[in-house]
Design a protein around this ligand. Structure first.
Ligand SMILES: *Cc1c(COP(=O)(O)O)cnc(C)c1O
Length: 428
């Protein structure tokens, strides 16, 4: 049996950083990433046989818990009928109908294989529909790694964006305008100055890629009004919040209707499946109906659709989200109380099965608030919890996730670990 350290060593020889997605490398927290062998319910088991309570849930998808028997059975049944056809299936219609039923803003939908692909395609569609090039995004929101979306703000509000990744042409980045999350004055000023150039405003309604930050309801309402007024499309990236903060996603929480919605994570049940959809008149612009091209060899893959549909059936059971949200709140209250017992400055927030915690005395409202937090204390807490069998996201820029398999015993074990972890970091 190889240890995590041996595997990490070996991985780094053939895989850049030893990982196939950067945050898995534990760069922010230091130490050796755990190589996972299997997972069941609320637990992940690593290559050394150590069991962890899992609060990342594959970064969101595993809302029913790991290896849920219904999902596994659906995958096994689908797999015996071949893994891919490259031709339409009845099951993908069922999934499209389910998404349109559950997501108020989605009248038509197209399935793809990753959130990145869905976000990139939604932007192309918004540009094709409006005939405009500029897009607006918000600092700290992540919409996948497409070129136009890896852009940070320039120095001033109305300056061109600068790429935040190597390999992104400045010529492309200049069409991405980046504003501060939750700032009404900035978006009003931008629309006043450059309204006719803006194809879409893309936003995570509740940001989950800079820890967990709620968009203010008033800010979201203003984004909706400004887009309508200026003929721009409002694109909600619900890859994380969709089927996660509520059955109908953040659209249900805020009662706001975006023009386009980007989805992923939960709808695939852990398989590579994502989607984008929205207003029928906009979706009619997509190839083969319209002139905006978009395609995928494995789009609507039958095994992924089977996994996703099995999970969508589970989350539609009565009381699923009430129980999930109550458990998540209970965990947050327990963490707050444990931190308070040990005199640690700490805040939490959650919606549905998604949460954030912060070593600060107020909830963050934007990226600079999160970036200003104490990373050292976060690191110590992360490792103190990991040592006690609780696997939190290895970065303070990520949200946390619960599943329906996180029962009272799991929460109690987590809070025992937290009490000891806060005691340990309080002494440092
Ligand atoms: C995860 C995520 C994406 C990217 O999805 P991938 O499947 O990783 O490409 C896009 N937007 C948001 C909000 C996400 O959380």
């Amino acid at each position: 049996m190889s240890s995590n350290a041996q595997l990490f060593d070996r991985a780094q020889r053939t895989i850049p950083g030893g990982v196939n997605s950067p945050v898995r490398a534990f760069r922010q927290v230091g130490g050796v990433p755990r190589f996972i062998d299997r997972a069941e319910g609320a637990y992940m088991i690593d290559a050394e046989g150590t069991r962890f309570i899992d609060y990342i849930g594959s970064w969101g998808p595993m809302i029913a818990g790991h290896a849920h028997p219904d999902v596994i059975e659906a995958v096994q049944r689908a797999a015996t009928r071949s893994l891919s056809f490259g031709a339409p299936t009845a099951d993908e219609i069922e999934m499209a109908e389910a998404i349109c039923k559950l997501m108020p803003a989605v009248e038509m939908v197209r399935l793809v294989s990753s959130g990145t692909e869905a976000g990139m395609s939604a932007i192309r569609l918004a540009r094709g529909f409006t005939g405009r090039d500029a897009i607006v995004k918000f600092e700290g929101c992540y919409h996948g790694h497409a070129d136009s979306l890896l852009v940070k703000a320039g120095s001033g509000l109305l300056t061109f964006g600068n790429p935040s990744s190597g390999g992104v042409p400045a010529d492309l980045a200049k069409h991405t305008l980046v504003l501060e999350f939750n700032n009404i004055a900035q978006i009003e000023a931008l629309f006043a100055a450059r309204g006719p150039e803006i194809s879409c405003v893309m936003v995570e309604p509740i940001a989950g890629n800079m820890n967990f930050i709620r968009g203010d309801a008033a800010w979201h309402r203003r984004l909706r009004e400004l887009c309508t007024e200026h003929g721009a499309l409002l694109v909600w990236d619900e890859v994380m919040t969709g089927f996660r903060v509520a059955l109908g996603g953040a659209q249900q929480v805020y009662d706001i209707r975006p023009d386009l919605v980007v989805m992923g994570k939960v709808i695939g049940g852990g398989m590579p499946l994502a989607a984008f959809g929205g207003r029928a008149d906009v979706m009619h612009k997509l190839s083969p109906l319209g002139n905006v091209y978009q395609a995928g060899t494995l789009s609507g893959n039958p095994v992924a659709v089977a996994a996703g549909m099995a999970q969508l059936r589970i989350i539609q059971r009565p009381g699923f989200y009430d129980r999930l949200a109550a458990t998540t709140r209970q965990l947050m209250q327990g963490l707050d109380a444990a931190a308070a017992r040990h005199g640690i400055t700490f805040r939490t927030d959650s919606e549905g099965g998604m949460f954030g915690f912060y070593f600060a005395d107020t909830l963050p409202r934007n990226y600079p608030d999160v970036a200003g937090a104490d990373v050292e204390i976060f690191k110590r807490f992360f490792h103190a919890m990991l040592d006690r069998g609780v696997y939190l996201a290895p970065s303070m820029y990520e949200a946390g996730f619960l599943s329906a398999a996180h029962g009272p015993d799991v929460i109690a074990a987590t809070l025992d670990a937290a009490d000891a972890a806060f005691a340990q970091i309080g002494q440092a």
